[in-house]
Design a binder for this molecule. Structure first.
Ligand code: SAM
Length: 370
């Protein structure tokens, strides 16, 4: 007889065996193409590229993000500027897929079912307009989990009804946890998939992997990366914040501070209740990072390095978002943090890409050889 604790030594073995049986990888049977809207610094675009989907064009308004895209992929067709000023009709029936992480905005309702015209002025309208002009087989929007509850769910319902109106059935929405897709970070992304109504092929979300990667996997040589993280620039904490964070142990947060420091550091928030587990937080080597934000030294969302009292550097940030080390970011340090913090983690994009490739493989083998 063995006790449960004694048998725990087999857990790692069982987990890695289970993961070997799961793979979302799907080889593309044909060359596939995407137009990526709201492309940022290319997190989703690189993930899709790794899955075998080539970018026909990318649209983005931020000049530094566009510079990043052009610097790393000189052959990509980067359409720089406000999406409102582009007409995508020249791509009509020319690409398989349209993707985009449109910023979430409220619609103004007049009590009726929302139509495309009612959404004018929002960036979702621009996404839907581009889909209508391009007429791809499948479109994929990505957003924050908060879209589920935005305006009590009405915003998302409005988006689904608009996609329906322009000829796309929306697959049941899922929020994917990046940590289940080889990303060492607790980030979530809502995925909105529309399939053109003349196509009767199911879309399957990528299956979650069992293995969870942590900060050590992100920053040190191992399964995710072949080398330790390269050195790079990074932000610093102001002295007053450093003195406080020096007192927080790895995996600790503001509650680990002496009571008087808790009160002075948290100010009014101290009395407001709620966990606020992201405040004055130091990440541990053996856990995934909390979601990275657009500025690394901001109050409320500190994610301090485990051993040194400083925010993660630019390259550490990029690693946690699973960008390859050779992907260079343009602009000032704060512009670079913003581009990385805004991105879809590359490995999550790749896994979603495999699901899209699977869908397209089925479409072209069943319905219409390319
Ligand atoms: C969430 S980020 C997209 C991240 C990107 N998919 C990635 O994986 O790296 C949204 C992007 O939309 C861009 N954006 C906002 N308004 C825009 C507009 N009117 N036209 C074009 N791009 C816009 C922002 O500059 C930002 O880079």
């Amino acid at each position: 007889m063995y006790s449960r604790e004694q048998l725990n030594i087999f857990n790692d073995f069982i987990k890695s065996k289970e993961d070997k049986e799961i793979s979302n990888y799907e080889k593309p049977l044909y060359p596939y193409s995407v137009i990526e809207l709201f492309a940022g610094a290319g997190g989703l675009a690189i993930g899709l590229e790794q899955a075998g989907i080539e970018c026909t064009a990318l649209n983005e308004i931020d000049k530094w993000a566009c510079e990043t895209l052009r610097r790393n992929r000189p052959h990509w067709n980067v359409l720089e500027g406000d999406i409102k000023s582009f007409n995508f009709s020249e791509y009509h029936n020319q690409v398989d897929l349209v993707t985009g992480g449109f910023p979430c905005q409220a619609f103004s309702y007049a009590g009726k079912k929302l139509g495309l015209d009612d959404a004018r002025g929002t960036l979702f309208y621009e996404f839907a307009r581009a889909v209508q002009e391009i007429n791809p087989l499948i479109c994929v929007g990505e957003n924050v989990r908060g879209l589920l509850s935005h305006e009590n769910g009405k915003t998302l319902q409005g988006m689904i009804s608009i996609l329906n109106e322009i000829g796309y059935n929306v697959v049941p929405i899922q929020v994917l946890k990046a940590v289940n897709y080889k990303v060492p970070q607790k980030r979530e992304r809502l995925i909105l998939v529309g399939i053109r109504k003349d196509i009767d092929i199911p879309f399957e979300y990528p299956k979650p992997y069992k293995k969870i990667y942590n900060l050590s996997d992100a920053l040190k040589k191992g399964e995710l990366f072949d080398t330790d993280v390269p050195e790079s620039d990074g932000a610093k904490y102001p002295k007053s914040k450093k003195v406080v964070l020096d007192l927080v142990p790895p995996k600790g947060y503001w509650r680990d501070l002496p009571l008087d420091v808790q009160k002075s550091y948290m100010g009014k928030s101290f009395y407001l209740g709620g966990g606020k587990t992201g405040m004055a937080r130091r990440i541990g080597w053996d856990e995934p990072s909390l979601t990275l934000t657009c500025s690394p030294a901001q109050k409320q969302t500190e994610r301090c390095h485990p051993e040194e009292t400083r925010p993660f550097t630019v390259r550490e940030y990029a690693r946690i978002q699973t960008f390859p080390d050779d992907w260079k970011f343009a602009g000032s340090t704060s512009q670079q943090y913003k581009q990385i913090g805004n991105a879809v983690p590359v490995n999550l994009g790749r896994e979603v890409g495999y699901s899209i490739v699977k869908f397209l493989n089925q479409y072209y083998s069943l319905s219409k050889p390319k």
